[in-house]
Each structure stands twice: as structure tokens, then as C-alpha cells.
Write a protein of this length. Structure first.
Length: 229
């Protein structure tokens, strides 16, 4: 989740992303990994939802604070699944995951590089990824949406911009090179090693992506009344 998607809802900003910048290409995406402490009696998203419904406010989910992707992922889950979980803000997702490991939390929507090793070792239990489709990074892992929360989709994303007045011919040239580079096997492998999926897009498609993502995160933040912690 790029800051351009959340900053306008959390801060007074003096810029407009699509007015003041020229989108060149999306370059990477990465879902969050929904993980729970092994002591939580839920092995699927559906079971987690049932548990949360049975005990409103009885489950805590941690994040790096209001406006972070982990926060938005948890709040979107609450909205679409119709459950009540208590948000516990931390000074970073790693600290939240540490408390999850210690059993002081029950749920975290975490960056995969942080949580996946703990899930692989059995110290945490991974239930799903937050992307709309399964990720090639861990293809066997189901999505939240296919696990019983229709319409759920949330990704982190990275992209490249140029100043707004950059000539269209130059934007097109830069975009073509980005598309070419992101098809290279070693680039894809390098991204995968960082827990990212290498992607690319046309400038127009990236602009539409920005509009959609900004609207999605704005709705989440405004509906929860989130403030910067």
C-alpha cells in the first residue's frame, strides 16, 4: 500500500497524486499473510470468523498502527466478515508479530517475509493471503475471499512516477523498459526473494489502479475514524 493511498485521509497534504505526478508503471505487489497464534482454535478463515462471531471483542489483532496495511487489512476483514476484533496498535508490524508469537495477541495481518518463516516452523498458523488471487509466492495458500469472505482483497503495491509535466514520449519509453525488465527471470526471482511479485502495467492502467486503491483505503480509514497513532 503506497502512502499516496492513505496520506490524504490521515494528513493534510498539499499534493494530488494524479495531478502532480505522471504514473509510469506498477512494479511490484505483495499480499499480507493472515496468521494466528497456534493456541487460537481456528485452522481456517471460516473457523476464525465463527470464533470471532461467538466472542465479539474477544480476539485482538495487532498492526503497526492506524493507516498501515496491517491495520487496513484487519479493519476490512471486520467490515466484510461482520465480526468485532479489537485493534492493538504497535510501533511496527514486527513488534506485533513478536507479541503474537508470545501469545499476547491472537491475529496479525503481516508482511509475508516477517510471518512466513514463523508459520513454516509451526510457531504461527497461516490461514490465508489477502490478495484477490492466490500468490505464486505461496500458491497453496488460499485467499481470504475464497475462504469465506467474498469481495475481500488487499495488497501492498509499489510503482514508479515522474513529474507531472514529463513528456508523454518519455513516459512511454520508461514504461516500455520497465515492462521489459520485469519479464526477466532473474528480476522475478529477486523480487520473490523479497516476498514481492514483480509486475508491470501501462501508465493509463496504473492511473486507474491508483484511483481504485486510494478510494478503497480512504473508505476503510474514514469508516473506522482512524487517526495516526
Amino acid at each position: 500500500m503506497a502512502q499516496w493511498a492513505t496520506n490524504p485521509s490521515l494528513y493534510k497534504v498539499n499534493y494530488d497524486t494524479l495531478r502532480d505526478f505522471a504514473p509510469i508503471s506498477l512494479v511490484a505487489t505483495a499480499p499480507q499473510l493472515l496468521v494466528v497464534h497456534p493456541g487460537v482454535p481456528a485452522k481456517t478463515v471460516q473457523e476464525l470468523t465463527q470464533l470471532a462471531m461467538a466472542k465479539p471483542g474477544g480476539l485482538n489483532f495487532g498492526s503497526g498502527g492506524a493507516g498501515t496495511l496491517a491495520y487496513s487489512a484487519g479493519e476490512l476483514f471486520k467490515m466484510l466478515a461482520g465480526v468485532n476484533m479489537v485493534h492493538i496498535p504497535y510501533k511496527g508490524t514486527i513488534i506485533a508479530v513478536n507479541d503474537l508469537l508470545g501469545g499476547r495477541l491472537q491475529v496479525v495481518f503481516s508482511d509475508m517475509p516477517i510471518a512466513l518463516p514463523h508459520a513454516n516452523s509451526g510457531k504461527l498458523r497461516a490461514l490465508a493471503v489477502t490478495s484477490a488471487k492466490r500468490t505464486p509466492l505461496i500458491p497453496a495458500m488460499p485467499t481470504v475471499a475464497e475462504s469465506g469472505v467474498p469481495g475481500y482483497a488487499l495488497d501492498n503495491s509499489w510503482g514508479v512516477f515522474a513529474p507531472a509535466r514529463t513528456p508523454k514520449a518519455l513516459v512511454a519509453k520508461l514504461n516500455a523498459e520497465m515492462v521489459r525488465v520485469h519479464e526477466l527471470r532473474d528480476v522475478k526471482e529477486r523480487y520473490a526473494g523479497l516476498g514481492l511479485e514483480a509486475v508491470s502495467s501501462k501508465p493509463e492502467a496504473y492511473a486507474e489502479f491508483i484511483k481504485s486503491d486510494a478510494a478503497k483505503f480512504s473508505k476503510i480509514i474514514q469508516s473506522t475514524g482512524a487517526k495516526v497513532d
